[in-house]
Design a protein. Structure first.
Length: 122
């Protein structure tokens, strides 16, 4: 498991590595989380505010990746080219995830989104 550093005053050089943990707050993803790429078919999910956990058994040598929409729901968007058969082509925030994807991610979504959208916890 990895817990990110909480800090609301970010220097310019780390702004691309921020992770949202409430409607108006973000944190630096310092440590191993900085090296995890996005995938629309992730093998790592989020518990609590931002604890990374395996969603399934991960093979030795397999890249760790998570879906940025598991923790993000801000006015932000980026194109996705993750290459997964499940690729949605765009990362836009949790509110735009299809219902079937939300259900698949249940138990692996940041607590602030669970509370915001009144989701069931496993």
């Amino acid at each position: 498991m990895y817990h990110g550093l909480v800090n609301d005053d970010f220097p310019e050089e780390i702004r691309n590595f921020l992770i949202t943990y409430s409607q108006n707050s973000s944190r630096d993803s310092a440590g191993i989380a900085r090296y995890l790429n996005h995938s629309c078919a992730p093998n790592v999910g989020v518990r609590g505010l931002f604890t990374l956990v395996a969603m399934r058994e991960i093979k030795i040598g397999e890249e760790l990746c998570w879906d940025y929409d598991m923790s993000e729901d801000i006015d932000w968007q980026m194109d996705c080219s993750c290459g997964s058969p499940e690729c949605r082509r765009s990362i836009r925030g949790f509110r735009f995830l299809p219902e079937d994807v939300r259900e698949k991610y249940r138990g692996f979504i940041s607590d602030w989104l669970v509370e915001k959208y009144h989701l069931k916890k496993d």
